[in-house]
Design a protein around this ligand. Structure first.
Ligand SMILES: [Zn+2]
Length: 507
């Protein structure tokens, strides 16, 4: 396949010409969330980036299979579920739904499969058993551990030897381990925990092994691209790599791509209990308490497209600094595009900007002129390790050039010649073509805004009912309180009373 795409590979620490195991096909695996709390903005970075990576590879002519896993059994879920008074599987289901809804809003539409760890326990056990047989793993009192001393190139993804790795990371301490860097493939069940039968007794899989099992099962022994956040490089990806290569005896992933993390200034988080820290932006995470919950942003009226554009405006390997001001600035930038699309529809007198463009329509070679030059520059940025930040910059330049052209040729007042109009339309087709690569401008903003506005209204009405019910109960009018709950339940809405207030959800 002819193209100039170069991709930065974490494993080799350089950009390499992109090539695939099978000609024309790409298998891409990206580590997804542990589903124990609603998604925060940091969780959306990887999906938006890799959805765009898939869009570009598809544009180049590849057939891409894109898998994102869901970790639906883990210590975090086991701790959180009883707090909410529900089962681990119900919690996983609810949080997965929130995750998928957010992805849909952000137009992350290209994921082919979202396998759940608990649906692959048999595959996981098979690999663990194989690793024991080959001498890479050992059972120890109901657990099974991977023996890092048996794996000669352990540490190669991070370019460090095992002792250095251990020094820099939180490593679970256990007397059952032979050496401290060994990690659990299987964990014996404690009473009350979700558990599956295994040759080592009842237990559950460790976190790393699920990705090795599901990626091999769904995409084969060698992945073309393995993606994930930079924070997963160690220990998660290092361990996935060790397990998979020890078990399969071949390269696990040809390209390792790591996206930068979302950061936030503590002042910007506006979260009540966030501790004041110095001015350095910090990683957004649940443990630091500075997370921005995605569905709450949407409920506040932030447009999903603004968020997507914001996430793509930085190079994916750099950290993304979140601020309300930056988001507002991106929103104003998008308004400039929307105004131009209206202008275009006035000029060509058809309401067709938002119709999807047939594939290849703009790919004819030999076109020249300012618009074609900009299009070429956009594609050069994408070829340079998916530099969406550079590409977004060129999209703005193209917008400016098109507006300037329409002004100069007086297209709006019908003074332009047929040739001018044709040149203008070709430029707009480029703009449309390139926007599709970024996954933006596929719907009229009015449509999206209407969806969001009704969602905001529902959110407001629900809060009103919750407050009225709380007042009724305070006034010992329990009959009214119960009636509100019952009537809502008839509408498929469940109220959940918790220490911090009442939440609602629609089934
Ligand atoms: Zn993983």
């Amino acid at each position: 396949m002819e193209h100039n795409l170069r991709v930065y590979n974490t494993l080799t620490r350089q950009k390499e010409p992109f090539k695939t195991v099978e000609p024309g096909k790409v298998g891409m695996y990206v580590c997804g969330p542990t589903v124990y709390k609603p998604s925060h903005l940091g969780h959306m970075v990887g999906p938006v980036i890799f959805d765009t990576v898939k869009r570009y590879l598809t544009y180049l002519g590849y057939e891409v299979k894109f898998v994102v896993n869901i970790t639906d059994v883990d210590d975090k879920l086991i701790i959180e579920a009883p707090r909410q008074g529900i089962s681990v599987s119900d919690l996983a289901e609810r949080v997965t739904r929130d995750y998928v809804e957010n992805l849909t809003k952000l137009n992350v539409t290209s994921i082919d499969l979202m396998p759940r760890a608990t649906h692959h326990i048999g595959d996981i056990i098979e690999i663990i058993q194989g690793l024991i047989t080959k001498g890479f793993a050992y059972p120890a009192a109901g657990d099974v551990y991977f023996d890092v001393t048996k794996d000669d190139d352990y540490g190669k993804l991070c370019n460090r030897d095992p002792e250095q790795l251990e020094a820099g990371a939180r490593i679970e301490v256990s007397e059952k381990k032979r050496s401290p860097g060994d990690f659990a493939l299987w964990k014996a069940a404690k009473p009350g925990e979700p558990a599956w039968d295994s040759p080592w007794g009842k237990g559950r899989p460790g976190w790393h092994i699920e990705c090795s099992a599901m990626s091999t099962k769904l995409l084969g022994k060698t992945l073309d691209i393995h993606g994930g956040g930079l924070d997963l490089q160690f220990p998660h990806h290092e361990n996935e790599l060790a397990q998979s290569e020890s078990y399969n005896g071949c390269t696990f992933a040809n390209f390792w791509m790591h996206n930068g993390l979302m950061r936030i200034h503590s002042q910007a988080s506006k979260i009540k209990d966030a501790k004041p820290r110095d001015d350095e932006p910090q990683k957004m995470s649940k443990s630091l308490g500075n997370e921005i919950v995605v569905h709450k942003l949407f409920e506040r009226g932030i447009q999903p497209e603004t968020l997507r554009f914001f996430l793509l405006a930085t190079h994916y390997r750099r950290p993304i600094d979140y601020s309300e001001e930056r988001l507002a600035e991106v929103g104003r930038g998008l308004d400039g595009f929307y105004r131009f699309f209206e202008r275009f529809e006035r000029i060509n007198n058809k309401r067709n900007f938002y119709q999807p463009l047939p594939a290849n329509v703009a790919r004819g070679a030999g076109r020249e002129g300012e618009f074609a030059v900009l299009r070429k520059r956009f594609l050069e940025h994408m070829d340079d390790d998916f530099n969406t930040g550079g590409a977004v910059g060129v999209l703005y330049e193209l917008l400016t050039a098109l507006n300037r052209f329409a002004d100069a040729k007086q297209l709006e007042i019908g003074k332009g010649t047929a040739d001018d109009v044709k040149a203008f339309e070709d430029g707009v087709i480029y703009l449309k073509e390139l926007s599709q690569i970024l996954g933006v401008f596929e719907k009229r903003p009015e449509e999206v805004k209407t969806d969001n506005a009704s969602q905001q209204l529902v959110g407001g009405l629900m809060q009103l009912l919750i407050d009225l019910r709380a007042e009724a109960r305070k006034a010992k009018n329990f009959a009214l309180g119960d009636q509100i709950r019952k009537r809502l339940s008839e509408l498929g809405v469940t109220l959940e009373d918790r220490a911090g207030g009442t939440n609602w959800r629609k089934d």
